[in-house]
Design a protein around this ligand. Structure first.
Ligand SMILES: [Zn+2]
Length: 196
């Protein structure tokens, strides 16, 4: 992908080696951002090695910030602490985009460069709910919308919202909505039928 007009530096073998070996000698030479997570790091960061094609290189932190990347909580590329609000906003945006994938506290923590325990607590303090509950809410709300489309099988809806275990999907849906997915769909159709 081209980034015309941006100030991206070229990725070189030397830089890639510095990233994968967490080489602190390069810390003042460049920063790298990961498109899938929206986070940028110092070369020395011990976070999980990203896919090379998702990496963008920046000469300094200001350029990464102006390209809307957020500083990593772990390696602090701006030498400042990322505010908790920004961190939670980043994680929320990630969930909103990736709820159909397998998401656990551990994968979210790895993606957002924090510990699972800290993520759980900080997310709850700022959002009022835990990350796991937030994921469930977005999945079940999306499922409700999909159930209104009559031709989509319920098993496919479970899969589409990231809950491929269908008995679990039905149980969770019932717990949160008060009806099973089939009942929810039926009720909706009835009321629509009456209105016609
Ligand atoms: Zn980092």
């Amino acid at each position: 992908m081209k980034h015309e007009g941006s100030s991206d530096e070229m990725m070189t073998d030397e830089k890639w080696q510095a990233i994968i070996s967490n080489d602190a000698a390069y810390n003042h030479q460049f920063f790298y951002a990961v498109k899938t997570t929206g986070i940028f790091c110092k070369p020395s960061c011990k976070s999980r090695i990203p896919k090379k094609e998702n990496v963008r290189i920046f000469q300094n932190a200001e350029e990464a910030l102006s390209a809307h990347f957020r500083p990593c909580k772990r390696c602090k590329p701006t030498n400042e602490r990322l505010p908790d609000n920004d961190w939670v906003a980043l994680i929320t945006a990630y969930i909103d985009k990736n709820y159909s994938d397998k998401l656990t506290l551990e994968t979210l923590a790895e993606m957002s460069h924090g510990s699972p325990y800290h993520l759980h607590r900080t997310f709850k303090r700022i959002s009022g709910i835990t990350p796991v509950v937030y994921i469930q809410q977005i999945r079940i709300n999306t499922a409700k919308n999909l159930l209104l489309q009559n031709d989509v099988p319920i098993a496919d809806i479970g899969k589409a919202v990231g809950i491929p275990n269908i008995p679990y999907f039905i149980t969770l849906f019932k717990k949160m909505i008060g009806h099973t997915p089939a009942q929810y769909r039926q009720f909706h159709n009835k009321s629509e039928g009456l209105n016609k």
